[in-house]
Design a protein around this ligand. Structure first.
Ligand SMILES: *Cc1c(COP(=O)(O)O)cnc(C)c1O
Length: 359
């Protein structure tokens, strides 16, 4: 059986070494020593200041919207995971879907301006598959119209453009450290902001809004994570560079094998250090996609229609909105199996099967 993804697990002894310190300190959660250590190590690794380790990526999004005091309409992409949209609705705002760019599969900055109204307060864009959005164009629009920018960087751990972490962009960026993501702490999330005031506010919000033992500065929530989760993050971190490199090699093999296949890859932002979080392809037709996934499934190889369907046409709590490119691409996009212990031989087999199922 070949699944579409497989969570990485560190050597058990290395994880248990961290866990055993919990018995020494008797500190289980509430930003104990392991969580603090994880934040420090991640700040160093990603070359970022003001990074907060939180419960998960969804809470990170909700806290970002709350901390920026957003209301009204938030312009966003329909080609993302559900949490991008649901967080907007959960925070009492209205998502306004803007179509994606056909090549990058990220929100199309050229279409953002026409969606801006008096009620627009922010842009929430996803770096889909870890491919950076056009951050320069988005920043320009945001400045011109005095909008806030949040980046859903759930897929973008380790991604850089021009030697800087992609998380430096926007008012706030978030990342997910969920088990299925490239780098994980079982469950977990990150919030990053360059704004010192916003950072302090988010830090207090993460801990119920406490300012001191008996005082409050904010409306807060329980956005903390436990020492057990931080232990997983710490045990995984030494392996991440090797993981990214290996995934890069596997992706290159797919590229070579599938050169003649009737599909294309998303176009990556220029000067990007990639993280190979996924291996997405856009097939020539939905019919070919269905035929192919079925063919592979019969041989216990599992691919994923990620993202399908469009968020703008599938949510019971929002009116449907058709968008040409998103509707079309979401029907034809597929993520192929990619995880660190997948072998070149397995990729060759997957690809030869795919090449056989052209119509
Ligand atoms: C996984 C994911 C999230 C949610 O992160 P969790 O840590 O699972 O809450 C948000 N946005 C995108 C694009 C994701 O893929």
């Amino acid at each position: 059986m070949i699944p579409v993804t497989k969570p990485f697990l560190p050597p058990k002894e290395e994880y248990l070494e961290y866990i055993s310190t919990v018995w020494d300190t008797q500190w289980l959660t509430n930003m104990g020593p392991l969580s603090v250590q994880l934040e420090d190590k991640l700040s160093n690794f990603l070359k970022l200041e003001n990074l907060l380790y939180v419960t998960n990526g969804t809470i990170a999004l909700q806290m970002a919207i709350k901390a920026l005091n957003l209301g009204g309409e938030i312009i966003t992409t329909p080609f993302s995971f559900i949490a991008t949209t649901s967080s907007i609705v959960w925070e009492g705002c209205t998502p306004v879907f803007v179509d994606i760019d056909e090549n990058s599969l990220n929100i199309d900055p050229k279409k953002i301006e026409e969606a801006i109204t008096e009620k627009t307060t922010a842009i929430l864009a996803t770096h889909v598959y870890g491919n950076p959005c056009d951050v320069v164009a988005i920043e320009e629009i945001a400045k011109k119209h005095k909008l806030k920018v949040i980046y859903d960087g759930a897929h973008a751990f380790g991604v850089e453009i021009n030697d800087r972490s992609i998380f430096e962009y926007g008012d706030i960026s978030i990342c997910s450290l969920h088990a299925t993501k490239l780098y994980h702490s079982t469950e977990g999330g990150l919030i990053i902001t360059k704004d010192q005031k916003l950072y302090s506010k988010l830090k207090s919000m993460r801990n119920f809004g406490f300012a001191g033992p008996e005082s409050f500065s904010e409306l807060g929530i329980n956005g903390k994570n436990s020492e057990f989760h931080a232990a997983m993050g710490l045990a995984n971190l030494p392996y991440i560079e090797g993981i990214i490199q290996k995934r890069g090699e596997l992706s290159a093999r797919y590229d070579a094998n599938l050169a003649e296949f009737k599909s294309r890859k998303p176009q990556w932002y220029h000067q990007t250090l990639q993280n190979y979080a996924y291996y997405p392809i856009v097939l020539e037709s939905e019919a070919l996609l269905l035929k192919c996934s079925d063919f592979l499934k019969k041989r216990e190889i599992f691919v994923r229609r990620y993202f399908y369907p469009s968020l703008a046409t599938s949510l019971p709590y929002l009116p449907n909105k058709s968008l040409n490119i998103t509707d079309d691409v979401s029907k034809r996009v597929l993520c192929l199996p990619l995880y660190v212990d997948l072998t070149i031989a397995e990729i060759d087999m997957i690809c030869s099967l795919m090449l056989k199922c052209t119509d």
